[in-house]
Design a protein around this ligand. Sequence first.
Ligand SMILES: Cc1ncc(COP(=O)(O)O)c(C=O)c1O
Length: 386
Amino acid sequence: MKPIRPTAAFVSLDDIAHNLNAFRSLLPAETELMAVVKADAYGHGAVDVARHVLSAGANRLAVAVVDEAIELRRSQIGAPILILGHTAPDMADLVARFGLSAAVMEPDFALALSDAGVRNNRRVKVHLKVDTGMNRLGVRPHEAIGFAEFVNNLPALDLEGVFTHFASADAPDLTAARHQLGRFLNVCEGLASRGLRLVRHAANTAAIISLPESHLDMVRLGIGMYGLYPSRHMAGCLGLRPAMSLRSHISMVKWIDDGERVGYGGTFVAQGPRRIATVPVGYADGYSRQMSNRGRAIVSGTVVPLVGMVCMDQLMLDVTEVDCRPYDEVTLLGSSANAALSADDLADIIGTINYEVTSSLGPRVPRIYMRKNREVAGRSLLGRWD
Ligand SMILES: Cc1ncc(COP(=O)(O)O)c(C=O)c1O
């Protein structure tokens, strides 16, 4: 069923394929590409993005948590899926039953997962996570070999891969990332000398771009696939195309008098008569309340200021300077005529990063998938359509 809401995120599948190919061109043919579709594919919609990137040449998928992987399996996606995050032992049965791969970093979980594999009569592929400097998840390098041998001896586990994650591959100074890579390669050599030849992976988007020596056997491509850059100093390279735009329409327009206030708390005070447009998108959709009195949107090809507090379901724009009427389109993210508002622009306004802008978009916002400028599929609270 199609959405009945005017506020929707449009996702260009052509742009996602274009971005994937741009990264593919940096990699040797034998290097695998794992598409990171966690957090609902950074807000773009995990199921549709996963299907599309697999058909466009991604070899595997990665998510953060078990539920995300199960959503993909329930949508008949059979490709290898790695759960990158920490999985607790009580989730082991689900990992085995849904044919998922998990990151392993603790004996309790490895044991539980092997037991689950035995119980379900399935072998479970696991990837050893090594913490080389992020100090978040993973075994410490000096523990890696002992732990790998322990995992490898468990009856139902196949130790397939080993990976690490960079803390600052997006920084202009790559000293720390190179240091992490050195530690990781040491671990990999130690594993290989014990006969454990595993799929080695480390590179995220930033490292794929700036640290070719980290490509190894597989890369994990996230933000770049969606057409966004992990940091400003990389902007423009590879000609990435942002895949998402967020659009709505004007629900009402009205003139207010000098000194009148707008929105909860009356935080915006009109300096002279102002024309105010109301737009049906709010913080419950993932449009940050921190945008209050600071955000921007495009109306009639012109960037206009957001006034007053962002409400749960609505926001207000000052459209005094533009010619517009109810039902005219409002672009909150993306381009319209010659104006553009990028995820980086929005992120800068509220002091965050582009990752947070797209991945904050909530389930109430329908996702509409476009190919060659035509709508080909979608998903809303009412269901999916193709
Ligand atoms: C372990 C891991 N690998 C890969 C990625 C992808 O990173 P990026 O989106 O910067 O490409 C992430 C994302 O945060 C991650 O947590």
